[in-house]
Design a protein around this ligand. Structure first.
Ligand code: GA4
Length: 323
C-alpha cells in the first residue's frame, strides 16, 4: 500500500475530492460536459470504456515486462543514442533530477520507434517491440484526438477541431514513455521517489498502468492524493499548454509517482504535443475584458526548450505570464 504525505489543513475541495470517472460509452454531449468540468476543477479524470483494445495493452505490457527484466547491460544497449530517446535509468532530464525509475522514452514516429526497437526486442523477432508500440500508440492517438475534440466541444469552441488538428498533424510532437518503477520503500526513505513532482508541458497526457498504484496528484501545494490504479482504465491529466490555450480555464495538474514497497509498477504515458512551430496562445473565446490573456504567446519549440532547461518541479509558465 502506498501512503501519501499526511494532508494537514486540507481544504474543502480536497476533502470532497473524488476522481471524476467518465464513461466514454455514454452519450457524447454528456461526456463532453463531464470532461470540461473535470478539467476546470482538477485538470484530471479517469476514463472507462476508452476503446484501446485489451490485446494491444497486453502485448505491450508483455514486451515491457520482458525488457525491464533483462540485465542492466542489455538494457543500457537501448540507451539514448540521441537524447532523450531510448532507455534511461534513475536520471530524468538533464538537470540532475533522479528517481527510482527505469524507462523507455520514444518519439512517436515509425522511424524513431523502430530505431529503439532493435535494441529492445528479443533476438527472435527484432520488430516485435516496435509492432507492439505502434499498435498501442495508434489506438491511444485515436483516443487523444477524440478527447481533444470533446474538450473543444465541451468548452463551446466555434472550431471544435482546433486542438485535435494540432495533435493529428503529421509533424506533431508526440511522445510515448514506458515507466518501470521497481519495488522501493518510500516510507523508509522519503527523499527518494519514483518520479518527482511536476506538471507535463504538453496539452494533455493519457496514462495507463498495471494493477499497482503509485500515481499521486496535487490539487493544493504539499497535499498529495493517491490514485488507486485501475488497469482497465486510463487517466488523463491536463498539461501546461492546454492551460495557456484555455487562458487558465483548464488546470495543468501537478503529479508524481511513488514506488510500491513490494511490487513493480509499469505505466504507459502518451504525451500530446503540437508541431514545434505551432503558436500557443489563448483562444479568442477565453479572452474577455474581465479576463485578459494571462500568458504571452510562444511557440511549442520555445516552451519545450524552456521546460527541458529547467528542473522537473519548476513552474515554467511563470516565464510567460503577463502581469
Ligand atoms: C514530463 C513529461 C514527460 O515525461 C517528458 C518529461 C521530460 C523528460 O523526462 O525528459 C522532462 C519533464 C517531462 C519536464 C521537465 C524536463 C523535461 C524532464 C525534465 C526535467 C518526456 C516531457 O516532455 O516533459
Amino acid at each position: 500500500m502506498v501512503l501519501a504525505t499526511p494532508a494537514i489543513g486540507k481544504s474543502e475541495k480536497i476533502q470532497e475530492f473524488q476522481i471524476p470517472v467518465i464513461d466514454f460509452s455514454a452519450e457524447r454531449s454528456e461526456v463532453c460536459k463531464q470532461i470540461t468540468k473535470a478539467c476546470e476543477e482538477y485538470g484530471f479524470f479517469k476514463v472507462i470504456n476508452h476503446g484501446i483494445p485489451e490485446n494491444c495493452i497486453k502485448k505491450l505490457e508483455d514486451e515491457g515486462t520482458e525488457f525491464f527484466g533483462k540485465s542492466a547491460l542489455e538494457k543500457q544497449a537501448a540507451g539514448p543514442a540521441k537524447y532523450p530517446w531510448g532507455y534511461g535509468s534513475k536520471n530524468i532530464g538533464l538537470n540532475g533530477d533522479t528517481g527510482e525509475i527505469e524507462y523507455l522514452l520514444l518519439n512517436v514516429n515509425p522511424d524513431s520507434i523502430s530505431q529503439v526497437s532493435q535494441f529492445v526486442s528479443s533476438a527472435t523477432d527484432p520488430m516485435q517491440f516496435s509492432s507492439a508500440v505502434e499498435d498501442y500508440v495508434e489506438a491511444v492517438k485515436k483516443l487523444a484526438c477524440n478527447i481533444a475534440e470533446m474538450m473543444a466541444e465541451g468548452l463551446g469552441m466555434t472550431d471544435t477541431s482546433v486542438l485535435s488538428r494540432l495533435i493529428r498533424a503529421v509533424d506533431s510532437d508526440l511522445m510515448f514513455r514506458i515507466n518501470y518503477y521497481p519495488p522501493h520503500d518510500h516510507q523508509l526513505n522519503p527523499n527518494s521517489i519514483g518520479f518527482g513532482e511536476h506538471s507535463d508541458p504538453q496539452f494533455f497526457t493519457i496514462l495507463r498502468s498495471n494493477g499497482v498504484s503509485g500515481l499521486q496528484i496535487s490539487l493544493e501545494d504539499g497535499v498529495w492524493i493517491p490514485v488507486t490504479s485501475d488497469p482497465a482504465a486510463c487517466f488523463v491529466n491536463v498539461g501546461d499548454i492546454l492551460q495557456v490555450m484555455t487562458n487558465g480555464r483548464f488546470k495543468s495538474l501537478k503529479h508524481r509517482a511513488v514506488n510500491d514497497p513490494s511490487e513493480s509498477r509499469m505505466s504507459f504515458g502518451y504525451f500530446s504535443g503540437p508541431p514545434l512551430d505551432a503558436k500557443i496562445t489563448a483562444s479568442p473565446e477565453f479572452i474577455t475584458p474581465d479576463k485578459p490573456s494571462l500568458y504571452k504567446p510562444f511557440t511549442w519549440a520555445e516552451f519545450k526548450k524552456t521546460a527541458y532547461s529547467l528542473r522537473l518541479k519548476e513552474n515554467r509558465l511563470k516565464f510567460y505570464e503577463l502581469s
